[in-house]
Design a binder for this molecule. Structure first.
Ligand SMILES: CC(C)(COP(=O)(O)OP(=O)(O)OC[C@H]1O[C@@H](n2cnc3c(N)ncnc32)[C@H](O)[C@@H]1OP(=O)(O)O)[C@@H](O)C(=O)NCCC(=O)NCCS
Length: 182
């Protein structure tokens, strides 16, 4: 392994045959990529710098997937504390629970298994960081996301108000899933 490649870097062959590299994000190299993903996604672009602060303070694990052509494929993170809502069922270092955050696959790179691969990679990294349970939450109508997590063994454990709609300020319902990983 070349010395500049972090230990957490792994090479993954997706089910559509594409190869990707998954590795931790680096503020100095990846800020623009992460920001552009959030712009494409349509929300949370104002949180990107806070996320890098969280990573540096041990409050978040954050990873990027890069294709063989060097183009970014997607990202995923695990919040180790539920900073905004303070829901200890969602994420808390005290209970060794982390929450999947910022899962995003570039529009042109979808439906080839990249999200599945990144979630499995995140589970491995979470275990290595002492996390015992992973949660995720999403809007009830996000059938794709729910299907992906259900297929990986995540079970629904509650529903409740969580997200503030960025346009209307209305608080929206979320559905919560979790999985024991060790
Ligand atoms: C949700 C998202 C991450 C999926 O990424 P992806 O790389 O296309 O997902 P994968 O290729 O790994 O697909 C995983 C599964 O979802 C299914 N799937 C993917 N996109 C789908 C779609 N639009 N409709 C229905 N099923 C879909 C795949 O068929 C696959 O299921 P299978 O294993 O039973 O065949 C991606 O669409 C995305 O970034 N969406 C916007 C942000 C978002 O919703 N993030 C999740 C918030 S929790």
């Amino acid at each position: 392994m070349p010395s500049q490649v972090a230990e957490e870097t792994i090479y993954i062959t997706l089910r559509d045959g594409r190869k990707i590299v998954a590795r931790p994000t680096d503020r100095n190299i990846d800020r623009e990529t992460v920001y552009n993903f959030r712009v494409e996604c349509g929300w949370d672009m104002d949180k990107v710098d806070d996320w890098f602060d969280m990573v540096e303070n041990g409050l978040r694990l954050e990873y990027l997937a890069i294709g063989e052509d060097g183009e970014p494929v997607g990202m995923i993170a695990l919040d180790l504390e539920d900073m905004h809502y303070k829901d200890v069922e969602v994420a808390s270092r005290a209970t060794k629970t982390g929450c999947v955050a910022s899962l995003y696959i570039a529009k042109s790179k979808r439906k080839g298994g990249a999200a599945l691969a990144l979630i499995e990679y995140l589970e491995v990294q979470a275990k290595a960081n002492g996390v015992e349970r992973i949660t995720m939450n999403t809007l009830p109508h996000n059938a794709t996301s729910r299907h992906i997590f259900e297929s990986l063994g995540y079970k629904k454990f509650k529903e409740g108000l969580r997200y503030k709609d960025p346009f209307s300020e209305e608080v929206l319902e979320a559905v919560y899933y979790r999985k024991q990983i060790q």
